[in-house]
Design a protein around this ligand. Structure first.
Ligand code: GTP
Ligand code: MG
Length: 273
């Protein structure tokens, strides 16, 4: 008996984990899971009714992992069914459709729903989240680009993958990295190893990139009032240039943001005496 108990604690023994899928209806949650588990794709939309449950076995390093997958329905109508299933989760597959901006904007609301259901004592710090930017095969309809999605995910310490359940692109890599990260947490006593828990860029950098991306004109981009002086423009420019210079900033989208800031300064200085 004692020997058995010791054996059970050894690394390399079977581990049971729970993962859930989250994201708006029709973004492709069920298809991503089906592509990985059954190696096939169904083009007809069959909405998940409440929850679909499945068990699968995977191997990570020398360990057998039994994965309980709870595939949630994204439609608001099923909130009462899915709210039961958030607790005791080790991993979340958070999906949006790169051709549906609404589904990307809804990611924060999905996190909020989970947080609310876990209650004040629920801890999301040690749950591994992987963001799937799905349907990348539909290139014509794409409206959320990679840097925008990656910035959102990585600034929260989440994994990010570009996927297509239709072609299979990114799916195996996504699941493999996801499961390895979950096992790392399990083997670290349920806590995220500190090296993986924080983004390699600052919140200030991420916020600046988002602000630049959403700015309405060059003044707004540099964060100065319309009619500002050359000195004010140059000062604002220098601050952003230091923050976002590609040699210093690895945040997704920093290179484009830096270029946009350079161009905004040139455009403004042309017209300021
Ligand atoms: P709910 O269960 O209602 O929450 O939706 P879901 O997120 O599970 O979506 P589902 O996987 O059922 O897919 C919705 C539709 O998108 C289906 O018609 C799929 O065939 C299609 N679809 C899913 N993934 C992809 C993809 O990567 N590319 C393309 N082109 N279509 C996809
Ligand atoms: Mg589904």
């Amino acid at each position: 008996m004692e020997a058995n108990m010791q054996k059970r604690k050894e690394p390399g023994k079977s581990l049971r984990i729970k993962v859930i899928s989250m994201g708006n209806a029709e973004v492709g949650k069920s298809c991503i899971i089906k592509r990985y588990c059954e190696k096939r794709f169904v083009s007809k939309y069959l909405a998940t009714i409440g929850i679909d449950y499945g068990v699968t076995k995977v191997h990570v390093r020398d360990r057998e992992i039994k994965v309980n997958i709870f595939d949630m329905a994204g439609h608001p109508f099923f909130y009462e069914v899915r709210n039961e299933f958030y607790k005791d989760t080790q991993g979340v597959i958070l999906v949006y459709d790169v051709g549906q901006k609404d589904s990307f904007d809804a990611l924060d609301a999905w996190l909020a729903e989970m947080k609310q259901e876990l209650g004040p004592h629920g801890n999301m710090e040690n749950i591994i989240f992987v963001v799937c930017a799905n349907k990348i095969d539909c290139t014509k309809h794409r409206c959320v680009d990679e840097s925008e999605g990656r910035l959102w995910a990585e600034s929260k310490g989440f994994l990010y993958f570009e996927t297509s359940a239709q072609t299979g692109e990114g799916i195996n890599e996504m699941f493999q990295t996801f499961y390895v990260s979950i096992v790392d947490v399990c083997e670290n006593g349920g806590k995220r190893p500190t090296t993986n828990s924080s983004a390699s860029f600052t919140k200030e950098q991420a916020d600046a990139i988002r602000r630049i991306r959403n700015s309405k004109d060059s003044w707004d981009m540099l964060g100065v009032k319309p009619g500002a002086s050359r000195d004010e423009v140059n000062k604002a420019y220098r601050k952003l240039a230091v923050l976002l210079h590609p040699d210093k900033c690895v945040a997704p989208g920093s290179e484009d943001a830096f270029k946009a800031v350079v161009n905004a300064r040139i455009a403004l200085l042309k017209n300021i005496k």
